[in-house]
Design a protein around this ligand. Structure first.
Ligand SMILES: [Zn+2]
Length: 260
């Protein structure tokens, strides 16, 4: 996601320059002026410092090609959502015609931007973290999301899905130190055997998968007193079975242990 910062000049007509005490939602809008560009609307807001015709602005504006302009730092107030300005980050979006439906490119950027903001500010898109201008004042804005409530529901769902993708997937994780394994709840095995994809892996006290010869006394990997039984964990660095435990066949030969 590419965001171009074009901050407005501080003036009481567009960017008051004051910080917001709290941030509990992203306020979604549509520009209401079909076919206009993000840049043209940004310039309109900027010129209000001279024209004084009204007080208006937004934190972000998304253009017809999905381009994103940032007009105000996120922690400052914008003049966009009436009484909700004190607790919202506001997003305006351009649209080609009077239905207010967004282009695919605009929609994609809108979802990505909302997901990013919700992630960083700890907002839940499906539980009040995303609101429409309409929800604050009953103004028909964003028009497409007011006329089509199911599209608004889908939008919030899409933002939630985008946030999930951005988060780390559970499973094997690699760092400079080595491999570790993340469970679905974000925790990891340490001083523990784990059966993963038909193979046994041993994790040391720091939660890293061990390779080569190691001891296990029933509860600790490589106990300090030198006790425990010896196990061999595949040590072919970068190989498909690295870390998988070997065992002895009936005839005494060694093989990687496969567990049905
Ligand atoms: Zn609005």
């Amino acid at each position: 996601m590419n965001i171009e910062k074009q901050y407005l000049t501080i003036s009481n007509y567009n960017r008051p320059g004051t910080k917001r005490a709290r941030t509990t939602a992203v306020a979604c809008h549509y520009i209401g002026n079909p076919g206009t560009s993000a840049q043209a609307n940004r310039n309109y807001f900027e010129n209000l410092k001279d024209t004084h015709t009204t007080k208006a602005s937004c934190h972000y504006i998304i253009g017809l090609d999905g381009e994103i302009l940032q007009l105000i730092p996120e922690d400052e107030i914008s003049w966009c959502t009436n009484q909700a300005n004190s607790y919202t980050i506001s997003i305006e979006a351009c649209h080609p015609d009077s239905t207010g439906q967004f282009t695919d490119a605009t929609y994609k950027s809108y979802v990505a931007l909302c997901a990013d903001i919700c992630q960083r500010w700890g907002l839940d898109p499906q539980n009040g973290g995303l609101i429409r201008h309409y929800d604050v004042t009953k103004k028909v804005c964003p028009k497409w999301f007011v006329d089509h409530p199911e599209a608004w529901t889908q939008f919030k769902r899409d933002v939630q899905a985008a946030m999930a993708v951005a988060q780390q997937e559970p499973g094997w994780q690699h760092t400079d130190i080595g491999w570790w394994y993340m469970y679905d709840d974000g925790t990891y095995p340490a001083n523990k055997w784990e059966l993963i994809n038909h193979h046994w892996y041993l994790f040391n006290k720091d939660g890293y998968m061990v390779t080569g010869w190691h001891r296990w006394d029933g509860q600790t990997c490589d106990p300090a007193d030198g006790s425990g039984d010896w196990y061999f964990l595949d040590n072919t660095a970068g190989g498909p079975y690295e870390g998988a435990c070997w065992h002895t066949r009936e005839n005494g030969a060694q093989e990687i242990w496969y567990v049905e």
